[in-house]
Design a protein around this ligand. Structure first.
Ligand code: ATP
Length: 221
């Protein structure tokens, strides 16, 4: 197992509490900070440490030893001023990696200027993800590698079940390649032309976004 990493999560709202719970379940140490005592109480049995504190107070962050953490996540949303202030302090204290949740593009731009290492837009990104999944029913998940290139997980439908990769031939027909097939019992990495697709297998496909879209809508659906 990968070694345990120390995270500080600031703001234990819906996003921060879900994030910190998952990090704990993944085997990492999490310090949860919120100025709302109720939020801290709710998480106290779950997280390694949880404290009631105002993350915009430099002395408080210093006394909690936040600078020694590998990564700090600012999960304050609504209060943009507090989010920015907490991010500035964490960068100044020298936390190696600072991640912050942004509510709007403007909020994101400010966080970028401060030097926040990774900015996330949960509502915006989840909206995009769900739209793709609604439009492409066989699409489970995707990662954008660049502006054009994507890795997608596509479910094998009844229509193509029983075909070999050679018969389906997405590379020649659509320009995208199947780099792995996840079968319930095992994962085939770098499958060969003779590998057979079974219904509900998951194909990991790499290609241009439009090629994957065409493959999904014309060949699989
Ligand atoms: P979510 O969608 O995750 O529920 P949200 O976008 O509604 O969050 P907020 O409610 O503003 O965001 O913030 C999330 C949490 O951050 C809240 O529990 C709030 O108490 C906490 N918080 C806000 N400001 C501070 C601060 N200065 N120090 C510590 N915690 C704070």
């Amino acid at each position: 197992m990968a070694s345990s990493i120390q995270y500080a999560v600031i703001g234990l709202g819906r996003f921060g509490s879900s994030l910190s719970k998952e990090l704990t379940e993944l085997g990492h140490e999490v310090l949860g900070i919120d100025r709302d005592e109720e939020k801290v109480d709710e998480m106290s049995d779950i997280l390694t440490h949880s404290v009631v504190a105002d993350a915009t107070d430099e002395e408080v962050l210093r006394s909690l030893g936040v600078r020694n953490f590998d990564c700090a996540v600012v999960a304050i949303g609504d209060n943009i001023q507090a989010s920015i202030m907490a991010a500035i302090l964490l960068k100044e204290l020298g936390v190696k990696t600072v991640v912050a949740k942004a509510l709007t593009d403007q909020h994101g731009k400010v966080l970028e200027k401060i030097g926040v290492d990774r900015i996330i837009f949960p509502e915006r990104d989840m909206g995009i993800r769900v739209a793709h999944q609604l439009v492409s029913p066989n699409l489970l998940d995707f990662i954008e590698l660049s502006k054009n290139y994507t890795i997608a997980e596509l479910v094998v439908s009844k229509r193509i079940a029983g075909l070999t990769l050679k018969e389906l031939d997405p590379r020649a027909r659509y320009g995208c390649s199947i780099v792995a097939i996840n079968k319930s019992e095992d994962m085939i990495i770098a499958p060969t032309a003779d590998d057979i697709l079974q219904e509900n297998d998951v194909m990991v496909v790499i290609g241009r976004k439009d090629q994957i879209d065409d493959f999904e809508s014309e060949a699989i659906r």
